[in-house]
Design a protein. Structure first.
Length: 355
Protein backbone atom coordinates (compact mmCIF):
# COMPACT_ATOMS: atom_id res chain seq x y z
CA UNK A 1 0.00 0.00 0.00
CA UNK A 2 1.30 3.43 -0.91
CA UNK A 3 0.80 5.91 1.91
CA UNK A 4 -0.34 9.29 0.58
CA UNK A 5 -0.94 12.68 2.11
CA UNK A 6 -2.53 15.77 0.53
CA UNK A 7 -1.31 19.26 1.39
CA UNK A 8 -4.01 21.76 0.47
CA UNK A 9 -7.65 20.73 0.65
CA UNK A 10 -9.30 23.12 -1.77
CA UNK A 11 -10.74 22.66 -5.25
CA UNK A 12 -8.16 20.13 -6.42
CA UNK A 13 -6.98 18.81 -3.06
CA UNK A 14 -10.35 17.55 -1.88
CA UNK A 15 -10.89 15.75 -5.18
CA UNK A 16 -7.43 14.18 -5.10
CA UNK A 17 -7.99 13.09 -1.49
CA UNK A 18 -11.25 11.36 -2.45
CA UNK A 19 -9.55 9.72 -5.43
CA UNK A 20 -6.67 8.43 -3.31
CA UNK A 21 -9.12 7.07 -0.72
CA UNK A 22 -10.94 5.20 -3.50
CA UNK A 23 -7.82 3.32 -4.68
CA UNK A 24 -7.44 -0.24 -3.35
CA UNK A 25 -3.63 0.02 -3.45
CA UNK A 26 -3.33 3.38 -1.66
CA UNK A 27 -4.15 4.69 1.78
CA UNK A 28 -4.88 8.34 2.54
CA UNK A 29 -3.02 9.18 5.74
CA UNK A 30 -4.47 12.66 6.01
CA UNK A 31 -4.89 16.13 4.57
CA UNK A 32 -3.30 19.43 5.60
CA UNK A 33 -5.15 22.73 5.68
CA UNK A 34 -3.98 26.24 6.44
CA UNK A 35 -7.36 27.56 7.58
CA UNK A 36 -10.13 25.95 9.68
CA UNK A 37 -12.80 26.78 7.10
CA UNK A 38 -15.75 24.81 5.70
CA UNK A 39 -13.43 22.63 3.63
CA UNK A 40 -11.49 21.60 6.73
CA UNK A 41 -14.78 20.74 8.37
CA UNK A 42 -15.82 18.64 5.37
CA UNK A 43 -12.52 16.71 5.57
CA UNK A 44 -13.31 15.82 9.17
CA UNK A 45 -16.87 14.89 8.20
CA UNK A 46 -15.47 12.50 5.58
CA UNK A 47 -13.29 10.83 8.20
CA UNK A 48 -9.96 12.16 6.94
CA UNK A 49 -7.22 12.88 9.46
CA UNK A 50 -6.75 16.67 9.51
CA UNK A 51 -3.38 18.35 9.95
CA UNK A 52 -2.57 22.03 10.36
CA UNK A 53 -0.32 23.24 7.54
CA UNK A 54 1.03 26.04 9.76
CA UNK A 55 1.89 25.32 13.39
CA UNK A 56 1.28 28.94 14.37
CA UNK A 57 -2.43 28.53 13.51
CA UNK A 58 -3.16 25.66 15.86
CA UNK A 59 -5.23 27.94 18.06
CA UNK A 60 -7.56 28.79 15.18
CA UNK A 61 -8.38 25.12 14.62
CA UNK A 62 -8.94 24.63 18.35
CA UNK A 63 -11.22 27.67 18.46
CA UNK A 64 -13.19 26.29 15.51
CA UNK A 65 -13.61 22.97 17.29
CA UNK A 66 -11.83 20.96 14.58
CA UNK A 67 -9.79 18.01 15.85
CA UNK A 68 -6.22 17.83 14.57
CA UNK A 69 -4.01 14.81 14.11
CA UNK A 70 -0.95 17.04 14.15
CA UNK A 71 0.87 19.47 11.91
CA UNK A 72 2.22 19.12 8.38
CA UNK A 73 5.62 17.73 9.49
CA UNK A 74 3.76 14.94 11.31
CA UNK A 75 1.87 14.11 8.12
CA UNK A 76 5.08 14.13 6.09
CA UNK A 77 6.67 11.67 8.51
CA UNK A 78 3.84 9.19 7.90
CA UNK A 79 3.63 9.10 4.08
CA UNK A 80 5.51 7.87 1.04
CA UNK A 81 4.12 10.58 -1.25
CA UNK A 82 2.69 14.04 -0.60
CA UNK A 83 0.42 15.58 -3.21
CA UNK A 84 0.80 19.35 -3.09
CA UNK A 85 -2.49 21.02 -3.99
CA UNK A 86 -1.66 24.44 -2.58
CA UNK A 87 -2.27 27.67 -4.52
CA UNK A 88 0.07 28.37 -7.43
CA UNK A 89 3.53 29.34 -6.25
CA UNK A 90 3.18 27.83 -2.79
CA UNK A 91 4.20 24.39 -4.00
CA UNK A 92 7.59 25.66 -5.13
CA UNK A 93 8.19 27.04 -1.63
CA UNK A 94 7.22 23.67 -0.15
CA UNK A 95 9.61 21.61 -2.25
CA UNK A 96 12.58 21.76 0.12
CA UNK A 97 10.32 21.05 3.05
CA UNK A 98 9.19 17.80 1.44
CA UNK A 99 12.76 16.86 0.51
CA UNK A 100 13.91 17.36 4.09
CA UNK A 101 11.44 14.66 5.15
CA UNK A 102 12.59 12.36 2.32
CA UNK A 103 9.08 12.32 0.85
CA UNK A 104 8.28 12.15 -2.84
CA UNK A 105 6.06 14.98 -4.04
CA UNK A 106 3.45 15.53 -6.74
CA UNK A 107 2.87 19.17 -7.71
CA UNK A 108 0.11 20.76 -9.78
CA UNK A 109 0.17 22.63 -13.08
CA UNK A 110 0.03 26.03 -11.47
CA UNK A 111 3.71 25.60 -10.65
CA UNK A 112 6.49 26.23 -13.16
CA UNK A 113 7.83 23.17 -14.94
CA UNK A 114 11.16 23.40 -13.12
CA UNK A 115 9.50 22.68 -9.78
CA UNK A 116 9.80 18.96 -10.51
CA UNK A 117 11.97 16.34 -12.15
CA UNK A 118 9.28 15.65 -14.78
CA UNK A 119 5.99 16.99 -16.08
CA UNK A 120 3.24 14.40 -16.34
CA UNK A 121 0.16 13.09 -18.00
CA UNK A 122 -0.51 9.36 -17.95
CA UNK A 123 -1.18 9.32 -21.70
CA UNK A 124 2.14 10.90 -22.71
CA UNK A 125 4.81 10.67 -20.05
CA UNK A 126 4.14 7.89 -17.56
CA UNK A 127 7.62 6.41 -17.80
CA UNK A 128 9.34 9.77 -17.29
CA UNK A 129 7.90 9.80 -13.78
CA UNK A 130 9.12 6.30 -12.95
CA UNK A 131 10.97 6.47 -9.61
CA UNK A 132 11.11 10.29 -9.77
CA UNK A 133 11.30 12.19 -6.50
CA UNK A 134 9.15 15.06 -7.79
CA UNK A 135 6.54 15.18 -10.55
CA UNK A 136 4.36 18.02 -11.82
CA UNK A 137 0.92 17.05 -13.12
CA UNK A 138 0.35 19.62 -15.85
CA UNK A 139 -2.60 22.02 -15.83
CA UNK A 140 -6.18 21.15 -16.71
CA UNK A 141 -5.88 22.70 -20.17
CA UNK A 142 -2.53 21.06 -20.89
CA UNK A 143 -3.86 17.72 -19.69
CA UNK A 144 -6.85 18.05 -21.99
CA UNK A 145 -4.76 18.99 -25.00
CA UNK A 146 -2.20 16.22 -24.39
CA UNK A 147 -4.92 13.59 -24.17
CA UNK A 148 -6.30 14.75 -27.51
CA UNK A 149 -3.08 15.34 -29.42
CA UNK A 150 -1.21 12.19 -28.37
CA UNK A 151 -3.45 9.69 -30.22
CA UNK A 152 -3.71 12.00 -33.23
CA UNK A 153 0.07 12.25 -33.42
CA UNK A 154 0.52 8.50 -33.07
CA UNK A 155 -2.07 7.68 -35.73
CA UNK A 156 -1.55 10.41 -38.32
CA UNK A 157 1.26 12.72 -37.23
CA UNK A 158 0.61 16.27 -36.06
CA UNK A 159 2.17 18.81 -38.38
CA UNK A 160 0.74 21.82 -36.52
CA UNK A 161 -1.87 22.35 -33.81
CA UNK A 162 -3.64 25.67 -33.37
CA UNK A 163 -5.88 26.05 -30.36
CA UNK A 164 -8.01 28.91 -29.07
CA UNK A 165 -8.94 28.46 -25.43
CA UNK A 166 -11.98 30.18 -23.95
CA UNK A 167 -11.21 29.94 -20.27
CA UNK A 168 -13.57 30.17 -17.35
CA UNK A 169 -13.18 33.35 -15.34
CA UNK A 170 -13.02 31.43 -12.05
CA UNK A 171 -14.21 28.28 -10.34
CA UNK A 172 -17.76 28.36 -8.92
CA UNK A 173 -16.50 29.07 -5.39
CA UNK A 174 -14.02 31.78 -6.41
CA UNK A 175 -16.17 34.82 -5.71
CA UNK A 176 -13.16 37.12 -5.99
CA UNK A 177 -12.46 36.23 -9.63
CA UNK A 178 -13.55 37.97 -12.82
CA UNK A 179 -14.28 39.30 -15.35
CA UNK A 180 -17.91 39.99 -14.49
CA UNK A 181 -19.24 41.26 -17.82
CA UNK A 182 -16.46 41.04 -20.37
CA UNK A 183 -14.32 38.71 -22.46
CA UNK A 184 -10.63 39.53 -22.29
CA UNK A 185 -7.49 38.14 -23.93
CA UNK A 186 -5.60 36.26 -21.23
CA UNK A 187 -2.83 36.93 -22.06
CA UNK A 188 -3.01 39.44 -24.91
CA UNK A 189 0.27 38.06 -26.27
CA UNK A 190 0.35 35.03 -28.57
CA UNK A 191 1.16 32.27 -27.96
CA UNK A 192 -0.29 31.82 -24.49
CA UNK A 193 1.60 29.70 -21.97
CA UNK A 194 -0.47 26.64 -22.81
CA UNK A 195 1.43 25.70 -25.97
CA UNK A 196 4.87 25.64 -24.29
CA UNK A 197 3.34 23.68 -21.41
CA UNK A 198 1.99 21.04 -23.81
CA UNK A 199 5.53 20.61 -25.10
CA UNK A 200 6.71 19.63 -21.62
CA UNK A 201 4.80 16.36 -22.13
CA UNK A 202 4.65 16.24 -25.96
CA UNK A 203 7.97 17.80 -26.96
CA UNK A 204 7.72 16.92 -30.65
CA UNK A 205 4.30 18.49 -31.24
CA UNK A 206 4.23 21.92 -32.88
CA UNK A 207 1.43 23.86 -31.20
CA UNK A 208 0.35 27.49 -30.93
CA UNK A 209 -2.29 28.61 -28.46
CA UNK A 210 -4.26 31.77 -27.79
CA UNK A 211 -6.48 32.26 -24.77
CA UNK A 212 -9.49 34.33 -23.76
CA UNK A 213 -11.12 34.61 -20.34
CA UNK A 214 -14.93 34.67 -20.18
CA UNK A 215 -17.41 35.36 -17.34
CA UNK A 216 -18.32 31.70 -16.76
CA UNK A 217 -17.39 29.19 -14.06
CA UNK A 218 -18.25 25.72 -15.36
CA UNK A 219 -15.56 24.64 -17.84
CA UNK A 220 -12.96 25.65 -20.42
CA UNK A 221 -13.76 25.39 -24.14
CA UNK A 222 -11.12 24.62 -26.77
CA UNK A 223 -11.51 25.38 -30.47
CA UNK A 224 -8.99 23.04 -32.08
CA UNK A 225 -7.48 22.98 -35.57
CA UNK A 226 -4.83 20.34 -36.25
CA UNK A 227 -2.92 19.93 -39.51
CA UNK A 228 -2.27 16.20 -39.77
CA UNK A 229 0.34 14.26 -41.68
CA UNK A 230 -2.41 12.15 -43.27
CA UNK A 231 -5.97 12.73 -44.45
CA UNK A 232 -8.35 10.54 -42.42
CA UNK A 233 -12.12 10.82 -42.64
CA UNK A 234 -14.08 12.43 -39.82
CA UNK A 235 -15.52 9.00 -38.94
CA UNK A 236 -12.02 7.53 -38.69
CA UNK A 237 -11.01 10.30 -36.29
CA UNK A 238 -14.14 9.70 -34.20
CA UNK A 239 -13.37 5.99 -34.01
CA UNK A 240 -9.77 6.71 -32.99
CA UNK A 241 -10.70 9.16 -30.24
CA UNK A 242 -13.58 7.01 -28.96
CA UNK A 243 -11.05 4.33 -28.03
CA UNK A 244 -9.37 6.71 -25.57
CA UNK A 245 -10.74 6.00 -22.08
CA UNK A 246 -10.44 9.61 -20.90
CA UNK A 247 -12.15 11.16 -23.90
CA UNK A 248 -15.94 11.33 -24.06
CA UNK A 249 -17.45 11.90 -27.50
CA UNK A 250 -20.77 13.64 -26.94
CA UNK A 251 -23.29 12.16 -29.43
CA UNK A 252 -25.50 14.65 -31.22
CA UNK A 253 -28.63 12.82 -30.05
CA UNK A 254 -27.72 13.60 -26.42
CA UNK A 255 -28.82 17.21 -26.87
CA UNK A 256 -25.87 18.50 -24.83
CA UNK A 257 -25.04 21.92 -26.23
CA UNK A 258 -22.75 23.38 -23.60
CA UNK A 259 -21.03 23.14 -20.25
CA UNK A 260 -24.24 23.58 -18.27
CA UNK A 261 -25.84 20.46 -19.68
CA UNK A 262 -22.58 18.55 -19.44
CA UNK A 263 -22.44 19.28 -15.72
CA UNK A 264 -26.10 18.37 -15.31
CA UNK A 265 -25.49 15.08 -17.12
CA UNK A 266 -22.56 14.33 -14.82
CA UNK A 267 -24.71 15.02 -11.77
CA UNK A 268 -27.53 12.87 -13.14
CA UNK A 269 -25.01 10.05 -13.66
CA UNK A 270 -24.10 10.25 -9.97
CA UNK A 271 -20.74 11.93 -10.40
CA UNK A 272 -19.42 13.44 -7.14
CA UNK A 273 -19.62 17.23 -7.37
CA UNK A 274 -20.70 16.83 -11.02
CA UNK A 275 -17.08 16.10 -11.92
CA UNK A 276 -16.05 15.36 -15.49
CA UNK A 277 -12.70 13.59 -15.44
CA UNK A 278 -12.82 13.13 -19.21
CA UNK A 279 -12.31 15.57 -22.07
CA UNK A 280 -15.76 16.18 -23.55
CA UNK A 281 -15.68 16.41 -27.37
CA UNK A 282 -18.71 17.20 -29.49
CA UNK A 283 -18.76 14.33 -31.98
CA UNK A 284 -20.62 16.43 -34.54
CA UNK A 285 -17.89 19.11 -34.40
CA UNK A 286 -15.24 16.69 -35.66
CA UNK A 287 -14.68 17.55 -39.31
CA UNK A 288 -11.80 17.06 -41.74
CA UNK A 289 -10.88 19.16 -44.77
CA UNK A 290 -7.92 17.60 -46.55
CA UNK A 291 -5.43 17.12 -43.75
CA UNK A 292 -6.97 19.77 -41.48
CA UNK A 293 -8.97 18.53 -38.50
CA UNK A 294 -11.40 20.75 -36.60
CA UNK A 295 -13.28 20.11 -33.38
CA UNK A 296 -14.57 21.59 -30.11
CA UNK A 297 -13.87 20.12 -26.70
CA UNK A 298 -14.63 21.12 -23.12
CA UNK A 299 -12.35 20.55 -20.14
CA UNK A 300 -13.57 20.54 -16.55
CA UNK A 301 -10.88 22.55 -14.80
CA UNK A 302 -11.77 21.23 -11.34
CA UNK A 303 -11.55 17.56 -12.21
CA UNK A 304 -9.63 16.39 -15.29
CA UNK A 305 -6.23 16.34 -13.55
CA UNK A 306 -7.49 14.18 -10.67
CA UNK A 307 -6.93 10.75 -12.29
CA UNK A 308 -3.56 11.99 -13.53
CA UNK A 309 -2.46 12.60 -9.94
CA UNK A 310 -3.32 9.01 -9.07
CA UNK A 311 -1.35 7.63 -12.01
CA UNK A 312 1.58 9.88 -11.15
CA UNK A 313 1.72 8.37 -7.65
CA UNK A 314 1.87 4.86 -9.12
CA UNK A 315 4.52 5.81 -11.66
CA UNK A 316 6.70 7.19 -8.86
CA UNK A 317 6.28 4.36 -6.37
CA UNK A 318 5.55 1.10 -8.24
CA UNK A 319 6.53 -0.88 -11.32
CA UNK A 320 2.91 -1.15 -12.52
CA UNK A 321 2.63 -0.58 -16.31
CA UNK A 322 0.80 2.49 -17.54
CA UNK A 323 -2.17 0.60 -18.99
CA UNK A 324 -2.75 -1.24 -15.73
CA UNK A 325 -2.48 1.95 -13.69
CA UNK A 326 -4.93 3.82 -15.92
CA UNK A 327 -7.36 0.90 -15.75
CA UNK A 328 -7.13 0.74 -11.96
CA UNK A 329 -7.66 4.47 -11.64
CA UNK A 330 -10.56 4.52 -14.08
CA UNK A 331 -12.32 1.60 -12.40
CA UNK A 332 -11.89 2.99 -8.88
CA UNK A 333 -13.26 6.42 -9.85
CA UNK A 334 -15.80 5.36 -12.47
CA UNK A 335 -14.15 7.13 -15.40
CA UNK A 336 -16.05 6.57 -18.64
CA UNK A 337 -19.25 8.38 -19.63
CA UNK A 338 -21.66 7.37 -22.34
CA UNK A 339 -24.54 5.17 -21.26
CA UNK A 340 -26.85 4.11 -24.07
CA UNK A 341 -26.37 7.42 -25.84
CA UNK A 342 -22.61 7.06 -26.21
CA UNK A 343 -21.73 3.92 -28.10
CA UNK A 344 -18.11 5.04 -28.15
CA UNK A 345 -17.43 4.25 -24.48
CA UNK A 346 -18.57 1.68 -21.97
CA UNK A 347 -19.22 3.38 -18.61
CA UNK A 348 -17.93 2.13 -15.31
CA UNK A 349 -20.06 2.30 -12.19
CA UNK A 350 -20.00 5.83 -10.72
CA UNK A 351 -18.65 6.48 -7.28
CA UNK A 352 -21.10 7.67 -4.65
CA UNK A 353 -22.17 11.29 -5.04
CA UNK A 354 -21.38 13.83 -2.35
CA UNK A 355 -24.03 14.84 0.14
Amino acid sequence: MTRVGVNGYGTIGKRVADAVAAQPDMVLRGVAKRSPNHEADSAVQRGYALYAADSDRLGEFEHAGLPLAGTLPDLLDSVDVIVDCCPAGVGARNRERYASHDVRAVFQGGEAANVADASFTARTSFETARDADTVRVVSCNTTGLARLLAPLDEAYGVEKARVTLVRRGGDPAQTDRGPINDIVPDPATVPSHHGPDVRTVLPEVDIDTAALKAPVTAMHTHSVNVSLGAAPTADEVRELLARESRLFLIPEVAGIDGAGKLKEYALDCGRPRGDLWENCLWAESISVSGTDLYLFQNVHQEADVVPENIDAIRAMTTDIPVDESVTRTNEALGVGLGGRLGEELTPNGPVTADD
